[in-house]
Design a protein around this ligand. Sequence first.
Ligand code: S3P
Length: 174
Amino acid sequence: MVKNIVLLGFMGTGKSIIGRRLAVELKYQFIDTDHFIEKRTQRRIPDIFSEDGETYFRALEAEAVSVVARWNGYVIATGGGVPLNKANVEVLKGNGILVALSARPEVILRRVQRRSGQRPLLNNPDPRAEIEKLLSQREASYRCAEIQVDTSDIPVEKSVNLIIDQIKPLLGTA
Ligand code: S3P
């Protein structure tokens, strides 16, 4: 059975774009947990946050994770808060290789501002301070991944290649 490759990391670290390219390169399928939730509920993430709150969203997210983690041969891009829930990490680790993407706060800010309105947690008068606060709360949870890539200063293709180089020995195809 082909293990999944699971991308973890803060908003704006490149999980979706890198994940899609990685899937093409490796001939894997691609799924993004946020898209899975939006498709399943027929609602947008910001609407779920504003109408039902974060706790409700986290429950939907845990359910999405438990479904997609059972699939095989997928690159799974996760929402930035997924590893805060240890049960999510356990279930993803059971059938996948975890890769954590990171980036510096100013790079994250620049990237998320390109699609403002999509990230309810950063819908805040001082998004830079919010990014730093959340990063410091979450840093430890992203360390559960066996592969770590800082995407701040490198193009998408380079991140993809760095991941492939580190993943091959773990897939047994080196
Ligand atoms: C969140 C990240 C978002 C999305 C939701 C909450 C978070 O996903 O799941 O807005 O808690 O960091 P991305 O990391 O894909 O932006």
